[in-house]
Design a protein. Structure first.
Lengths: 198, 198
DNA sequence: CTCGCGCATTATCCTAGGATAAGAAAGCAG
DNA sequence: CTGCTTTCTTATCCTAGGATAATGCGCGAG
């Protein structure tokens, strides 16, 4: 049986980071469920418990929270090769505080929280993989917190462009504004300044 | 040989979270180096690589970054039972972007990055322990990012009081202001409002 | 082709919180 | 007790970025 492209994306991703044999991956694959999402389709609705971790093999998703006044705040973009979920809800099975939707037609592989203990036992290398993943996520968030404490709107935008060059070309700017914690109008203003300044 | 109180704090902390035998802890203890810090003493100076993870057994430390204009931004408070370090620098041995100092006379246990591979190999349960630790840190930072995107100064302060009730009684308010990303004057203003409002 | 809508831009006006300055209170070293 | 230093507060003035509103435009659906 041929390996669908989706699986091989994840296989390459994992094998680049931890020692995982082809056989083990083949077994592990049994825990994955592929899912196609069309643009704007929700993967997770705030209020529901988050039962799955999603690995994006094609397209781009985002997670966002909604304030009482209906303002959206983008927490994460997830293009190909990224995991996305509400980690807190996934870990605790409490109702999630964020929603996740697709910004483009996308393909994901789902990993159920219910299978995690089994997976850690059968393939101990996943303890390491997820430790490394969590470490790098933690570092990225730390940097984001620091940016939010110390940078102006313009600096945050410049920093975002440098850090995620692919994303800015790909997603509408009002999502980037909502990620940076500014209004779309403000982002437009910032962009004009930098255009004039150089 | 009697177990100094410092070690037993960490032992209890670990055994509450992962299965770790007394014997294994006794072995693990060999990798720990106790250190006393007096108030205001630096544990890590920005620019140096962060070689150790510190577990606080007594007192309270903080990590902070410094802007080019000399503004301090508090990234984390670490009272008893918390780990503190510049994780990025600790992982990569790049120069750290933050400093860590003691807010009170404190006691810490140091764990060298250089020993980590050995520790993960000798005591695989530490893979799990640090995965869990990173997960919970990630969740806490996620919440902080969300707060910084969606809350006013006053809301952030109220939230901080609820989340870390011990800290606010213990550390000077200008540090809390610097953690929340506002000026001490602004925090004072916020506190007066809530005092008048109730 | 064209209607409608999502998206970006620009202008005007406004407000939360920053900058600055000046005390007041509280702790502590001598 | 007495002078420092650290912390917190209050007042005034100012600015980055929010709110609102209007315009333009590109594109997908019919």
């Amino acid at each position: 049986m041929a390996l669908p492209a989706a699986y091989s994306v994840l296989k390459a991703h994992l094998q680049a980071r931890v020692p995982l044999s082809d056989d083990d991956f083949a077994d592990f694959q049994g825990y994955l469920r592929p899912l196609a999402l069309s643009k704007r389709q929700l993967l997770l609705q705030a209020g529901e418990p988050c039962t799955h971790l999603a690995f994006v093999t094609q397209g781009c998703l985002r997670s966002y929270s909604l304030t009482a006044q209906g303002q959206e705040h983008t927490l994460q973009f997830a293009p190909e090769d990224w995991w996305i979920s509400d980690i807190y809800s996934w870990l605790t099975q409490q109702p999630s505080s964020m929603s996740i939707d697709a910004l483009e037609d996308s393909q994901v592989l789902l990993l159920a929280q219910a299978d995690m203990e089994t997976i850690y036992t059968r393939f101990p290398v996943f303890e390491r993989y997820f430790r490394l993943l969590m470490q790098s996520r933690y570092v990225a968030l730390q940097e984001r917190v620091n940016a939010s404490l110390s940078q102006t709107a313009s600096e945050k935008y410049q920093h975002f462009l440098r850090k995620y060059p692919g994303i800015a070309q790909r997603v509408p700017q009002h999502f980037i504004a909502s990620y940076l914690g500014i209004t779309p109008e403000s982002l437009s203003r910032v962009r004009r300044q930098t255009r004039l300044g150089r």
